[in-house]
Design a protein around this ligand. Sequence first.
Ligand code: ADP
Length: 244
Amino acid sequence: MSTGLETTGLTKSFGGVRAVDGATVAFRHGKVNALIGPNGSGKTTFFNCVTGMIKPDSGTASYHGRDITGRPPHRIARAGIGRSFQLCRIFPRMTALENLLVPVRSRTLLGRLVSARQRADLDRARELLTRVGIEHLADVQARDLSYGQQKLLELAGVLMADPETVLLDEPAGGVNPALIERIRELVRALNAEGRTFLIVEHNMDLVMSLSDHVVVFDRGRPIAAGTPDEVRNDPRVLEAYLGI
Ligand code: ADP
C-alpha cells in the first residue's frame, strides 16, 4: 500500500473546543478516500490544517513522507495537493474561462509568464471546461451559472494546477442529482487516470458508491476506517451518527 497524505496526532483547538483532537490518519494513495462524520466532528478543520489554511497546534501532516505541517497553502499546492471549498471560491463577475486563468494572471504579475505558456494555459482551461461538461458556458459570467455548474467550474479550477491529490469539500452539497452523477463519473475517471481523491461529503450514497477507503471522524479524531462495507456495519459508526 502506498501512502501519500498522512497525519499523526494532529490537533487544533478554537478557544476551549478541540476541533481536531490528536487525529492520526493515513489516506490511501491512488484511491478515492472519503472523510465522513457528524456535523461538528472536525472534518473541515482537519482539511484546513492539511492544506495550510490554518496551522495545527500540534501533531504533523506529511505527504509522501515529507513534512508539510504548517506550510502555507501555496507550498502545499506545489507539493501536489489541490483543494476545493465547501462554498465555491469563484469570481462571480468573471466568465467561467477567466476564472480558470486567474492564478495564471497572478503569475503574469511575477513576470514569469511567456506567451507560449499563456497559450498552453488557455488551451488547458478550455480542455478542462470540456472535461467537466461546461464548455458551452465558457463566456458566461460565473454568477449566472447554476450552483452545480459553479461546483464543476471550481473543480476545473482545482485541476488547472494538475494536482496529484485532490481534496473536495462537499462536492455534492446543494447540487442537483444530474450534476451529482456527473461529479461521480468525473471523480471515477480522474481516479482511473491516477489521481488520488480525499472527499468530505454528507451524501452517503455518493460516498459509499465512490470510495475505496472511508475514514469516520467523531469528536475530532478517526473512530473507524475501512471499505464502505466495513464502516457501514461498524457499531462505533452507528453510535456516532445515531447516538445509539
Ligand atoms: P465539521 O466539518 O465536521 O462539521 P468543523 O471542523 O467545522 O466540523 O468544526 C469542529 C468544531 O470546531 C465545531 O465544534 C465547531 O464549532 C468548531 N470550530 C470550527 N471552526 C471554528 C472557528 N473558526 N472558531 C471557533 N470554533 C470553530
